[in-house]
Design a protein around this ligand. Sequence first.
Ligand SMILES: CN(C)c1nc(=O)c2c([nH]1)N([C@@H]1O[C@H](COP(=O)(O)OP(=O)(O)O)[C@@H](O)[C@H]1O)CN2C
Length: 181
Amino acid sequence: IKHPLQNCWTLWYYENDRSLLWAQNQKEIASFQTVEDFWSLYNHIKPASELRQGSDYSLFKKGIKPMWEDEANRRGGRWLLSLDRKQRGELDRFWLDIILCLIGEAFEHSEEVCGAVVNIRQKGDKIGVWTADAGNGPAVLEIGRKLKERLRIPPRTVLGYQVHKDTIEKTGSVSKYSYTV
Ligand SMILES: CN(C)c1nc(=O)c2c([nH]1)N([C@@H]1O[C@H](COP(=O)(O)OP(=O)(O)O)[C@@H](O)[C@H]1O)CN2C
């Protein structure tokens, strides 16, 4: 008997093919709902740190697309972990820790979690944990605090939460945080 997870999760891969639209570049890889099937998939694919610049992995609850427009994401936002270029060596550890928090339902408010995205970028990698309701302060903050703790991020490092609506409307690179932990 395989060990069932509380939710079914879908892994997506984004590769930057400029001849296609952004949404067309989002490819579903596979879904899993047991611990064993997760590890088989994880051990089968390339680590995030080996993806081409401009690529993403996204892990979302089955049925939720890794995009702002999805009904489950529309009113939400993301806790954003921005890594320095020198931290590429830590990327896989951070990404796996976050995946395990998600599929292991590590948060008290895990029903608010939609998924997570890792962006492989020349200018510095990013990992975002997407939650459903940016207005639910207690849930958003609990998830952020637990993330910081589970990722063993030093207290002096500030994590910010960006509302998707603000990210969509943002002009320039100014990141507006609605919450910080
Ligand atoms: C449905 N739809 C079009 C749509 N829906 C979306 O949900 C969505 C996009 N478009 N995204 C597009 O990618 C660009 C880079 O963002 P990035 O997060 O990769 O970050 P970088 O600027 O490459 O570091 C964004 O500027 C946006 O154009 C991003 N995104 C999440």
